[in-house]
Design a binder for this molecule. Structure first.
Ligand SMILES: C[S@@+](CC[C@H](N)C(=O)[O-])C[C@H]1O[C@@H](n2cnc3c(N)ncnc32)[C@H](O)[C@@H]1O
Length: 267
């Protein structure tokens, strides 16, 4: 147990019969919030997703029950209605239930859907925000999300639709903003994403990067250009979890790396 000392008095009480949707950040336990750490030490049961690292799970006390509810290696995974049903059941049984999600629960993490289901079932819940991979992952890779010289906005997008068909997306409005595009869950759909953006008028020379396992010991960063993104990511063996960044902010990394402390492995 990590002693949170005087901070304890500033933190909300984890009441029995409630569910906390907690963001674990991109994986480095140092990026957990104090509220998340306190909740991990107080919960009676932790229901966690596939992106939660062993380092973070090791912070859960031995007395606390751990249940896996994520997708792993093509094996059958718990479906969303079963997960929300379980959260509701456990809360109604009077337990302190912690639903632990990678990054921020409300960013491409179905935390919104789970909160809606809890609210509909009249189950008291709280959301503990986490550092989302599309923000913290860029910082970990020495890519600033904004600078005054490059961009006044950022587009955070999913690279995977529930329908499975990225060709449904009209890329023109997104390409037209000129803002950097930060894509989650995009690795399997790079062909369609790159094709769509180039067809929408984005130059093939636009700087691009892939950040895999951001903030973790096995973080890898690939810097390339939009036109070579798919080929370079495949040849370098990049796989999920990874964030894809497209835009001129990627170029700033070169200057920052000179004195920035290095990530574990840089391609
Ligand atoms: C289902 S989404 C969940 C996003 C999460 N709620 C968040 O806010 O970061 C999963 C995707 O998040 C991204 N992701 C999460 N953790 C990551 C990490 N440590 N490094 C790179 N990408 C990550 C990847 O694109 C991954 O496929």
């Amino acid at each position: 147990m990590i002693d949170l000392g005087p901070l304890k008095g500033c933190l909300p009480v984890f009441a029995p019969g409630s569910v906390w949707l907690v963001g674990a950040g991109p994986g480095d336990p140092g990026l957990l919030t104090v509220a998340a750490l306190s909740a991990l030490q107080t919960a009676e049961i932790v229901i966690y997703d596939a992106l939660i690292t062993d380092e973070i799970l090791s912070l859960v006390p031995d007395r606390t029950a751990l249940e896996f509810a994520g997708k792993r290696g093509g094996k059958p995974s718990a479906c969303q209605p079963d997960i929300t049903k379980r959260l509701i059941e456990l809360a109604r049984a009077g337990r302190r239930v912690l639903r632990l999600k990678g990054g921020d629960p409300f960013v491409f993490g179905r935390g919104g859907e789970e909160a809606l289901a809890l609210a509909a079932a009249h189950v008291p819940y709280r959301v503990v925000p986490g550092i989302t991979a599309g923000i913290g992952g860029l910082a970990a890779a020495h890519i600033p999300l904004t600078t005054r010289a490059t961009n006044h906005a950022v587009v955070l997008m999913t690279g995977h639709l529930a329908s499975g068909c990225m060709d449904e997306i009209d890329w023109r409005p997104w390409a037209a903003t000129g803002a950097p595009i930060v894509l989650y869950m995009a690795i399997a759909n790079l062909h369609s994403i790159v094709g769509g953006l180039v067809a929408a008028g984005m130059a093939e020379e636009t700087p691009a990067a892939v950040i895999a396992n951001a903030s973790r010991a096995d973080q890898r960063v690939l810097v390339t250009a939009l036109g070579r993104l798919e080929c370079d990511a495949r040849q370098s063996g990049f796989s999920a979890p990874a964030i894809v960044v497209i835009g001129s902010i990627v170029e700033i990394r070169g200057a920052l790396l000179r004195h920035g402390l290095p990530a574990a492995e840089i391609v």
